[in-house]
Design a protein around this ligand. Structure first.
Ligand SMILES: [Zn+2]
Length: 418
């Protein structure tokens, strides 16, 4: 069997594994919240808050769509014409023009082009957040965040590019097998280290202070069979007025994090309802599910890159001889951008189902749908949510059920229907 045939076979096995994990771990059968309840929920929410959320999202739309479009156009122009290859070659030339210089400096140049081009749109988005009072950042703080994000991207990108082109040089026929395993391993590693290495770059995390609320949360977790040692508080207020909480990490690095804004704004019963949702994620190992899907997807993407990369017409467009030379990195990024366009709505569909299940868990654990509904309303109000977004945007971009869906689910639960 040729390496090519092995790659086809491996890709097929990975695709089946991806489908099996998705079939077993994603709650496909959970029924959507009754639309009649959604319509009633929309009517019951304060009209001015609903209008404000809609206006906010309408104002965010131009920078968001321009940025998406511009990013895509740039990656297609760089990747599907010889321009990207020329830029990579030019970036590497002053440093000897060897493959390491081209991979590192070419990668940096391509990343910077994308960042600089979309920078005005990112700033535009920030001005909208400020106009609506959602951002508490200064331009200094905003710039520091941007630079930190770029620094992390540059370090991770450098590791990935050196591994990719280095291994491809060592084993021109079998690099995809090693790199598929490496990509899957990297996804798992990042899930482990995210809470201890990357999140602290952006926020300070402190254990929730001792007291009634902390005791009640720890007791609820124990009752739920998800013992947590600590609930951490993130200093989110340095950046935003939005309320949130999340679970991240795997095994020893798993943690429940609440925003300090949530503790300041929401009464204890609603904080409990939010944490009950997060306990649902912890209990059902949703981070593990996401990591497994991500790892299989990354490995499949490497195999696909090997197969697509032997398509000479595509290589000719990009002005390169092989995808394994650093000059092809713009081509690889263009392929990744196209794949991302297809994968994003699928990821969001899976995410919404998993989030709806965590909502159901919160309802079951608290057995207090009235408080869950109040909490959903408060989150929508403070976060300026579009409580009932249009269908297309919902399908493309929503990672969570809409506010009216969440309230409708709470009302159905209150009637004993779920
Ligand atoms: Zn969630």
């Amino acid at each position: 069997m040729t390496p090519r045939l092995w790659a086809v076979l491996t890709l097929a096995v990975l695709a089946v594994a991806l489908l099996v994990v998705a079939a077993v771990r994603v709650p496909w059968s959970s029924p959507p919240a009754p639309r009649a309840d959604q319509v009633a929920a929309l009517r019951d929410l304060p009209a001015d808050a609903v209008a404000r959320g809609r206006a906010f999202h309408a104002a965010l739309r131009p920078p968001a769509y321009f940025s998406l479009l511009l990013g895509l156009v740039i990656s297609l122009i760089l990747g599907l014409t010889p321009l990207g290859a020329r830029i990579v070659a030019a970036a590497g030339r002053p440093f000897g023009g060897n493959w390491i210089a081209e991979a590192l400096l070419g990668g940096l140049a391509i990343m910077l082009i994308g960042q600089v081009a979309t920078l005005p749109l990112a700033a535009w988005r920030e001005t909208v957040l400020r106009r609506y009072g959602l951002s508490t950042q200064t331009w200094g703080g905003w710039t520091v965040d941007l630079l930190k994000g770029m620094a992390i991207g540059a370090v991770l990108g450098a590791i990935v590019l050196l591994a990719f082109f280095g291994i491809a040089r060592l084993t021109p026929d079998w690099w995809w097998a090693w790199l598929a395993a490496g990509a899957a391993g990297l996804v798992v590693l990042l899930s482990f280290v995210l809470p201890v290495l990357i999140e602290p770059v952006f926020n300070k995390f402190t254990p929730m202070p001792a007291g009634e609320l902390r005791d009640s949360l720890i007791a609820m977790a124990a009752r739920d069979g998800v013992p947590v040692k600590d609930v951490l508080v993130a200093d989110a207020s340095r950046r935003t007025t939005a309320l949130n909480a999340y679970v991240s990490g795997l095994g020893p690095t798993r943690r429940v994090v609440v925003y300090d804004t949530l503790l300041d704004e929401a009464p204890p019963a609603e904080v409990q309802a939010v944490v009950a949702h997060e306990l649902g994620h912890a209990k059902l190992n949703d981070v593990f599910t996401g990591t497994a899907l991500g790892a299989l997807g990354a490995a499949a993407a490497v195999c696909a890159a090997f197969l697509v990369g032997s398509w000479t017409g595509l290589l000719r467009l990009a002005g390169v001889e092989s995808v394994t030379q650093p000059r092809a990195l713009a081509l690889l990024l263009a392929l990744a951008a196209i794949a991302g366009l297809v994968a994003t709505p699928l990821q969001n569909a899976v995410s919404r189902l998993i989030e709806a299940r965590a909502d159901a868990h919160a309802l079951a654990v608290t057995d207090d749908p009235a408080t869950v509904e109040k909490m959903d309303g408060r989150l929508a109000l403070k976060n300026l949510s579009d409580v009932d977004p249009n269908r297309l945007e919902y399908l493309m971009f929503a990672s969570h059920p809409s506010t009216v869906e969440r309230i409708a689910a709470a009302r159905a639960f209150a009637r004993g229907e779920r």
